[in-house]
Design a protein around this ligand. Structure first.
Ligand code: SF4
Length: 311
């Protein structure tokens, strides 16, 4: 299989086949981001021959009679059919509709059991697609996109150079909804900065409450020295929230969300993993957050963050 650099995927895509169709990010400007800094280029689409040869490799390994017999002789269980493919890279959804349909057709050709195709997407990826394009993509299997919107706070979006506004989030996500393409949000706790987290959380809840993400998954800002944000801090232009403030911000977010969604703080950036359905589990989530805020020491949370080698 062709895999380039560190491969990132949401925790809930653990059972999906990871197929490299892009590497890197077309935007590559967010001040806090170091996710694709190990690549020698900004963004690249994989050659179609590489995508096809990876699909062929999976087909042979999974479904070839010799492979099945070898697995049986080794006492291994019969492999389950692959139901979902997750395209790798920061925003493969930016590819043209024609390219995405071509990739979906290749996936169907080699792995007909696949029902849906997911990937990370930027809010701006759908701007150059028509409503008809989005419907075609849904029909081809694209569904369950993961969008790192980070926040609905326009000041923070602008400072961090995310490249879109809260109004863009609303416009583009409503278009996805019209095409019946489901999506989940990653939220970045602390993106608004010291003293502004709760305001940012309220602004985000206001935006999210107008939409229908299947998930809101907070990650916690962890600043690495190679990021532009680190330089901004050194230059006195931005201050990070304390760790306890980050949990106050999360509490405000949960408190102000009034949509039906799954709330899940997963991944290494969260010292505490929190999961629950909203609104059903809201009280329980708030109680857990209160316990963290009042019972866990700032130094211990800080120690956890300082010792995170990578996200
Ligand atoms: S869009 Fe995502 S991957 Fe690209 S620079 Fe921003 S945070 Fe990083």
């Amino acid at each position: 299989m062709h895999y380039t650099g560190t491969i990132w995927r949401p925790p809930y895509e653990a059972d999906s086949l990871l197929l490299e169709v892009t590497a890197g990010c077309t935007h590559h400007r967010c001040k806090f981001c170091t996710l694709y800094s190990d690549l020698p280029f900004k963004f690249r689409m994989s050659p179609m021959e590489d995508i096809e040869s990876d699909l062929l490799e999976v087909q042979v390994l999974r479904y070839n009679p010799t492979s099945m017999m070898t697995a049986k002789l080794q006492g291994l269980p019969r492999p389950k059919p692959i139901k979902r493919v997750f395209l790798t890279g920061a925003n493969p959804f930016v590819l043209t509709t024609g390219k995405l349909l071509e990739i979906a057709a290749l996936i169907r050709k080699y792995l007909p059991s696949v029902e849906t195709i997911g990937c990370f997407a930027r809010i701006t990826d759908s701007v150059n697609k028509t409503d008809e394009d989005l419907i075609l993509l849904r029909q081809a299997g694209y569904d369950g996109l993961t969008i790192g919107v980070e926040t609905g706070d326009d000041t923070a979006l602008s400072f961090m150079q995310k490249g879109y506004t809260s109004q863009d989030i609303l416009t583009q996500c409503k278009r996805l909804e019209q095409a019946k393409i489901e999506y989940g949000f990653f939220y970045l706790t602390s993106i608004s900065g010291k003293g502004k987290g709760e305001t940012g959380a309220k602004a985000s809840a206001d935006v999210f409450n107008q939409l229908h993400p299947f998930l809101i998954g907070p990650n916690m800002l962890t600043i690495y020295p190679e990021s532009k944000l680190y330089q901004e801090i050194q230059n006195g232009n931005w201050e990070e929230e304390s760790e306890i403030e980050k949990y106050r911000e999360l509490r405000t977010l949960v408190e102000n969300l009034n949509i039906s969604t799954y709330f899940a703080a997963m991944g290494a950036s969260n010292a505490f993993q929190l999961r629950g359905r909203l609104p059903e589990d809201k009280e329980q989530l708030l109680e857990t957050l209160d316990r963290i805020i009042y019972e866990v020491r700032e130094e211990d949370l800080r120690h956890y963050r300082k010792n995170l080698p990578h996200l």
